[in-house]
Write a protein that binds this ligand. Structure first.
Ligand code: HEM
Ligand SMILES: *[C@@H]1O[C@H](CO)[C@@H](O)[C@H](O)[C@H]1NC(C)=O
Ligand SMILES: *[C@@H]1O[C@H](CO)[C@@H](O)[C@H](O)[C@H]1NC(C)=O
Ligand SMILES: *[C@@H]1O[C@H](CO)[C@@H](O)[C@H](O)[C@H]1NC(C)=O
Ligand SMILES: *[C@@H]1O[C@H](CO)[C@@H](O)[C@H](O)[C@H]1NC(C)=O
Ligand SMILES: CC(=O)N[C@H]1CO[C@H](CO)[C@@H](O)[C@@H]1O
Length: 326
């Protein structure tokens, strides 16, 4: 179909056209709201705890939302905007799996009650990402705040900037490096795939038709392929599978054990074995001994990711509701 060919072309050929501005990240700091809204982080944490108590599977989508926000136009809340005159990021194909927008709306209205017009939606995403990791028993880190919200969201930006799960190691490293993130950040942040679910469609080519000859991906463990085939039918667009089977609600370092055993779900996970630095990290964290250093590394890399293309100072605005500009 013509649209999907176009999208494929855009992703392959015109990948990553933006130059991100890192200067504004100096406007961020831990505790930005300490005077203007001292309870801000407490309120976010409370709403997230209430949400996860009834809907624990939302921690994956909520962590992923901050990643998507930051990789498309920078961490400025564009992922949250509904379409108005143009088609927003939310309408892009890779977004299919993003859920949890209602949770962000609930956090925002709780904050507006306490201190109207003070806390940005982009900061909410950054704080929520930390809180869901902590709730899933991962490590804690201090979140920098002070971001302001952008006023543009469009589908084409999302298609151009979201790295596809079929990406190889050079594409992954280039995509991260363009945003000031290293190979270490790539392997560490990929560890997020220790929680959450994936649609079969994100990896079905690997188990049914890898090169168009009805074959499988030779880098994926054959026993694992057999297991996945029992869950995913060919061309299955709907079914969800756990990315870290058996511990998909626990933020631990078992992702690295999976990848080392050639059971990473996406080509982008498997690709971490194709670079000496990322491979060494996978291997050294494929044991329970690696967990403490993974947690520390994860916090450091999340803070770096949270600085991508931010708006601070007088740039942008503080949205009143997260799904539309003021
Ligand atoms: C390195 C490049 C990355 C690629 C290619 C990638 C790709 C994907 C894909 C295809 C899915 C499954 C979506 C679906 O089918 O429903 C997914 C899920 C997820 N990703 Fe990534 N991802 C990457 C990096 C990251 C990063 C940096 C984070 C967070 C910091 C992250 C967090 C997550 C989470 C938490 C889920 C589970 C979502 C859910 O439960 O609905 N990913 N990712
Ligand atoms: C916009 O998206 C939100 C989710 O953030 C949804 O709850 C809301 O109903 C949407 N509003 C409109 C006008 O489409
Ligand atoms: C990685 O993928 C890109 C984009 O699809 C491609 O241009 C490049 O040749 C690939 N690199 C390797 C080493 O396979
Ligand atoms: C596998 O992919 C090829 C090329 O895209 C296509 O022609 C073929 O019909 C596919 N086979 C199956 C079983 O889906
Ligand atoms: C969006 O924000 C930029 C500056 O951040 C401003 O120049 C522009 O006028 C704004 N556009 C709209 C539609 O509000
Ligand atoms: C959550 C969300 O907005 N999902 C949208 C993603 O894009 C598709 C179209 O490709 C929309 O139908 C979804 O509503």
């Amino acid at each position: 179909m013509a649209t999907s060919k176009l999208i494929f072309f855009l992703i392959q050929v015109m990948f990553l056209p933006f130059v991100f501005d890192f200067a504004n990240a100096q406007g961020l700091k831990v505790g930005f709201y300490a005077k203007s809204c001292p309870k801000a982080e407490y309120i976010v944490q409370k709403v997230i705890a209430q949400t996860l108590a009834v809907a624990p599977s939302l921690s994956g989508p909520l962590l992923r939302m901050h990643f998507h926000d930051c990789f498309v136009r920078g961490c400025e809340g564009s992922v949250l905007l509904n379409s108005s005159t143009n088609q927003a990021e939310k309408d892009a194909i890779p977004n299919l799996s993003l859920r949890g927008f209602g949770v962000i709306d609930r956090v925002k209205s709780a904050l507006e009650k306490e201190c109207p017009g003070v806390v940005s939606c982009s900061d909410i995403l950054a704080i929520v990402a930390r809180d869901v990791v902590v709730a899933d028993m991962g490590g804690h880190w201090d979140v920098e705040t002070g971001r302001r919200d952008g006023n543009v969201s469009n589908m084409i930006d999302a298609l151009l900037n979201l790295i596809p799960p079929s990406a190889n190691i050079s594409t992954l490293k280039a995509g991260f490096s363009q945003r000031g993130l290293s190979a270490k950040d790539l392997v560490v942040l990929s560890g997020s795939h220790t929680i959450g679910m994936s649609h079969c469609s994100s990896f079905n080519n690997r188990i049914y038709n890898f090169t168009g000859k009805g074959d499988t991906d030779p880098t994926l463990d054959a026993n694992y392929i057999a297991k996945l085939k029992m869950k995913c039918k060919p061309n299955d667009q709907k079914t969800l599978v756990e990315m870290d089977p058996g511990s998909f609600k626990t933020f631990d370092d078992s992702y690295f054990t999976l990848v080392a055993k050639r059971r990473g779900l996406f080509q982008s996970d498997a690709a971490l074995l194709d670079d000496s630095e990322t491979k060494a990290y996978v291997k050294s964290h494929a044991t329970p001994m690696g967990q403490a250093s993974f947690f520390t590394d994860f916090g450091v890399s999340m803070v770096k990711m949270g600085r991508i293309g931010v708006l601070t100072g007088n740039a942008g605005e503080i949205r009143k509701v997260c799904y539309k500009i003021n």
